[in-house]
Design a protein. Structure first.
Ligand SMILES: Cc1cc2nc3c(=O)[nH]c(=O)nc-3n(C[C@H](O)[C@H](O)[C@H](O)COP(=O)(O)OP(=O)(O)OC[C@H]3O[C@@H](n4cnc5c(N)ncnc54)[C@H](O)[C@@H]3O)c2cc1C
Length: 234
C-alpha cells in the first residue's frame, strides 16, 4: 500500500475519533442515546484505529522509513521563524511543523544509529525508541496536513478561513509538548495560542449557521434531552 496514504489514514482516523467523541460530549444526553448517527460514526472511527492496517504499526513503519531516508526527504523549514513568529501567520505554522519534524527525525535516526553502534541488535535499537518513532511519524502527518490546510486557506472558500485557523491553533495546542521538547517554541507559547483561539472563535460564532448549512444536515438534528430519559414518559 502507498505509504503516505497509510499515514494519512492513521492521522484521519485519529482526528475523526477525537472529533466525533467531542461532538458526542457536546450533545449532552442526546449524544449518548442510540439515536441519530453519532454513535455509529464513533464506533466506526474507533474500529478504524485497527482496521485498514493498525495505526500504531503504520506510525512505526513510517518512522523507520524516515530514519532510513527511504523515499523520504526531511522538510526544509528555511530561516525563521518568519513573520516575527506571529502565530496568526500560516507561514509560521509551516515553519514550526517542518522544523519539529526535521529535529525529531534527526534525533530518532541518531538514537537508533547510536544503539546499533553500541552493539544492540536492530530490534532492541528500535524497541527503545518507539515513543519517539511514533511521534516523529505523527509530526510528518501533521506537516502534510498543515501544507494542505494552508493551500485551502489561500484557495478555498472564505467562509472556511476561521475553521482552518482554529484547526491550526488546535494543532499547536495539541502538539505543544513535542514543540517545546524539541525547542521549536518558547515556554509560554500556549498562553498566546489560547488568546488567538478565543479571537478566532469570536469570529467564527456569528458564522456558525452558515457553516452548518454548508454541511447539508438532515433536519431536525436535535432531540430534547427529556425525550430520552428512562421513565420520563417523554
Ligand atoms: C472493523 C475491522 C474491519 C477489518 N476489515 C478487514 C478486511 O476487510 N480485510 C482484511 O484483510 N482485514 C481486515 N481487518 C483486519 C485489520 O487489517 C487488522 O486488524 C489490522 O491490520 C491489525 O492486525 P491485528 O488485528 O492482527 O492486530 P495486531 O497486529 O496483533 O495488533 C494488536 C495490537 O498490538 C500492537 N502491535 C502489534 N504488533 C506490534 C509491534 N511489533 N510493536 C508494537 N505494538 C504492536 C498494535 O499496535 C495493536 O495495538 C479489519 C479489522 C477491523 C478491526
Amino acid at each position: 500500500m502507498d505509504r503516505d496514504l497509510a499515514l494519512l489514514k492513521a492521522a484521519a482516523t485519529v482526528q475523526a475519533q477525537e472529533t466525533v467523541s467531542m461532538c458526542r460530549v457536546h450533545c449532552g444526553a442526546p449524544g449518548f442515546a442510540a439515536v441519530e448517527r453519532l454513535n455509529a460514526y464513533r464506533g466506526l472511527a474507533h474500529a478504524y484505529q485497527n482496521a485498514g492496517g493498525d495505526n500504531e504499526l503504520i506510525l512505526y513503519d513510517t518512522a523507520r522509513a524516515m530514519a532510513d531516508l527511504d523515499r523520504y526527504a526531511p522538510p526544509e523549514p528555511g530561516a525563521g521563524p518568519p513573520d516575527e513568529g506571529d502565530l496568526r501567520s500560516p507561514r509560521v505554522w509551516l515553519f514550526l511543523a517542518r522544523d519539529v519534524e526535521r529535529r525529531m527525525r534527526d534525533r530518532l535516526a541518531g538514537r537508533v544509529a547510536d544503539a546499533r553502534a553500541a552493539g544492540r541488535d536492530p530490534f532492541t535499537a528500535w524497541n527503545g525508541n518507539l515513543v519517539l518513532a511514533a511521534r516523529t511519524a505523527v509530526a510528518c502527518a501533521d506537516r502534510t496536513m498543515l501544507e494542505i490546510l494552508v493551500t485551502s486557506l489561500e484557495e478555498g472558500p472564505e467562509l472556511l478561513g476561521p475553521v482552518l485557523r482554529l484547526h491550526a491553533l488546535n494543532w499547536l495546542d495539541r502538539r505543544a509538548g513535542d514543540l517545546l521538547n524539541e525547542g521549536v517554541v518558547p515556554a509560554g507559547v500556549l498562553d498566546e495560542v489560547w488568546a488567538l483561539r478565543a479571537e478566532v472563535c469570536d469570529a467564527l460564532a456569528p458564522r456558525a449557521a452558515d457553516l452548518a448549512a454548508g454541511l447539508d444536515l438532515p433536519a431536525p438534528i436535535t432531540a430534547p434531552a427529556a425525550g430520552i430519559l428512562p421513565g420520563d414518559g417523554g
